[in-house]
Design a protein around this ligand. Structure first.
Ligand SMILES: *Cc1c(COP(=O)(O)O)cnc(C)c1O
Length: 589
């Protein structure tokens, strides 16, 4: 993968601190595969956002935590059991340690916080610093030093303390580093919402009805990513008092963050002038979850160039010059020569098959329809849906040239259902040996994602509606000409043009709800897919009637679809378009 920044690069643009107006806060940021500071979609989105902001010269700085043992390195043993190993890495190889420090009080202890500075350099040379906060400093207690070891590890107290370092420490350190003219604080998900309380405290706002609160609200922007109530971080006020002490009067915190528990989402909602969901359907669901709030939508994107495979980069460079920093121009992919598209795809597929053989020993077939599924292994994403009826799948695979599958994804260490999914798929892969090729690759990360989304023929996604707020991996596939076969949820409700950019699993009910009548014009069988059984049935039906026959019998039509994936979806579902929307709707408003 092309690495974006380069600390050792000789020419560094001088960062003029006074011009930086937007501070982007995220619990995880993934910018490079070898920096394990992310777990999945949220962190990759944050990294892609910053890359596009750098390309577009948006005057931003970003703040997150360092995670010295990363999320974890995944090993899967012969029985399909996931093992989590610490990911040891050396931040020094990627960034510079800054000497400034600030204090944050946690459980009454004064905890010292410093930062590592990493620079993301845009296509035009403009750079955006990311500050990775660090409490692993001599003088801090062992517990406080441990707060930057693991992403999403530990108990509620550990998490709240981490969020205090991020939100409170982050605001203080930016100021200490000289970024004193920040006009907007953008909270990417609720983990950083304690920053709102720090902004109140700095202005001596201790009454919840102070007229000065509007000034803070004007500075805050909140993007929610969670479509289910259980997904929102909440802490008991007992714990809040224990960890934060008398940071602000409890009644003031309660007034903004909820009466019974401190709800990080509610806190951000109450203290932001602009709030958005990450797809139109997610906006609808969020409005239902939080009635009374103005919630807009800005659909997620991907940093198109980062996720474009090398063969397609070569192709685009020849036919669509300039698209590296202008993904809108990918719309011209509509006239790319068919043989060139197929050649580029064959090359991406060859690279994937080579990687699979090297890492797993499984030799996949280059001519066989290859279906990819890789994302966090967690119950609602239903990685096993396609194996609901093995006999049916065998029948479909036996008809034409067959199908084969590549899976990958980590389960959160505490997510037993997710771990069981991995074990189940590995068991099934054994049972199907010799009939249907199924491989589960270890240690899914950005590097592997980049190989997978480009190297498979179809990108499969089977979330339980409406739990996929947006999803972005299908966008990565699209920019490489790979159509999605997906349940209508998240971005796909907007991105699916049936038979053009991919296929819907189930009915178009979801589209109608979001007012997207243009998308997914063909109705699926029956009345859609409300249950797992319905969705599996709809998936088999679409595979058997449409996907498999088109792939093997109508290559011209298939390549026409690949063109549409790039031209229609690649040109739109990117972070350049997305960042422009944030600028217009949230940053300069
Ligand atoms: C893009 C990406 C994701 C997000 O995948 P979804 O299918 O959108 O959930 C997760 N993990 C990695 C490593 C990614 O690159």
């Amino acid at each position: 993968m092309e690495t974006q920044p380069a600390p050792e690069r000789p020419v560094q643009e001088r960062i003029r601190k006074r011009e930086r107006r937007i501070a982007y806060f995220s619990m995880e940021i993934g910018v490079e595969p070898k920096m394990p500071t992310y777990s999945g979609g949220l962190g990759v989105l944050a990294g892609d956002t910053i890359k596009s902001a750098a390309d577009l010269k948006v005057p931003m700085v970003a703040v997150t935590l360092i995670y010295k043992q990363g999320y974890f390195r995944q090993q899967i043993d012969g029985d399909g059991v996931q093992h989590e190993l610490p990911y040891e890495w050396n931040p020094r190889k990627f960034m510079k340690l800054r000497r400034q420090t600030v204090l944050v009080h946690i459980e009454g202890r004064a905890v010292r916080v410093r930062a590592w500075e990493y620079r993301v350099r845009g296509a035009t040379g403009y750079t955006i610093p990311i500050f990775f906060l660090d409490t692993d400093i001599d003088g801090n207690s062992d517990y406080d030093r441990s707060l930057v070891q693991r992403l999403y590890g530990g108990d509620d107290k550990y998490r709240l303390a981490q969020e205090a370092v991020l939100g409170i420490g982050g605001v203080r350190l930016l100021h200490e580093l000289g970024y004193r003219r920040i006009l907007r604080y953008h909270m990417n998900e609720g983990h950083s919402s304690l920053l709102t309380l720090e902004l109140l405290r700095q202005r001596d706002i201790i009454e919840p009805d102070s007229h000065k609160i509007d000034g803070v609200r004007r500075m805050c922007v909140f993007t929610t990513h969670t479509p289910v109530p259980a997904g929102h971080d909440q802490f008991s006020y007992e714990l809040v008092r224990e960890v934060l002490g008398e940071f602000l009067p409890m009644d003031t915190i309660r007034a903004f963050a909820g009466e019974d528990r401190l709800n990080m989402t509610r806190l951000a909602l109450n203290l932001s002038h602009y709030v958005n969901g990450v797809a139109k359907e997610h906006q609808r669901v969020s409005r239902e979850m939080f009635p009374g709030y103005q919630i807009d939508s800005i659909t997620n994107g991907i940093h198109a160039w980062t996720w474009t495979s090398d063969p397609f980069r070569d192709l685009f460079t020849r036919f669509i010059p300039g698209c590296k920093n202008e993904p809108t121009s990918l719309r011209y992919a509509i006239s790319l020569p068919a043989d060139e598209i197929w050649k580029a795809h064959a090359e991406a597929k060859r690279k994937l098959i080579q990687h699979v053989a090297m890492t797993s020993g499984t030799v996949l077939d280059g001519e066989t329809l290859t279906i990819g599924f890789a994302r966090r292994a967690t119950a609602y994403k239903r990685a096993d849906l396609v194996f609901t009826d093995i006999a049916r799948l065998k029948h479909i695979a036996g008809e034409a040239g067959g199908v084969q599958f590549v899976f990958a994804g980590k389960a959160h260490p505490m997510d037993d259902d997710g771990k069981n999914l991995i074990r189940k798929i590995i068991e099934i892969s054994r049972a199907l040996e010799g009939e249907i090729g199924v491989v589960y690759l270890e240690d899914y990360d950005m590097q592997l994602a980049r190989l997978l989304v480009a190297g498979v023929d179809v990108w499969l996604n089977t979330p339980r509606h409406p739990q996929e707020a947006s999803g972005t991996s299908g966008m990565k596939a699209a920019v490489n000409g790979v159509p999605s076969l997906s349940v209508l949820d998240g971005w796909w409700i907007e991105g699916c043009i049936e038979g053009m950019t991919g296929w819907a699993i189930g009915s178009i009910a979801g589209n109608q709800r979001a007012g997207m009548e243009h998308a997914a014009l063909e109705r699926g069988p029956g009345a859609g897919c409300a249950t797992d059984e319905d969705c599996a049935e709809a998936l088999y039906d679409k595979l058997e009637r449409v996907v498999v026959p088109t792939f093997y019998n109508d290559r011209a039509r298939w390549i026409e679809m690949m063109r549409h994936c790039i031209a229609i979806n690649g040109s739109f579902f990117n972070t350049h378009r997305m960042v422009n929307q944030y600028v217009m709707s949230a940053y300069i408003q």
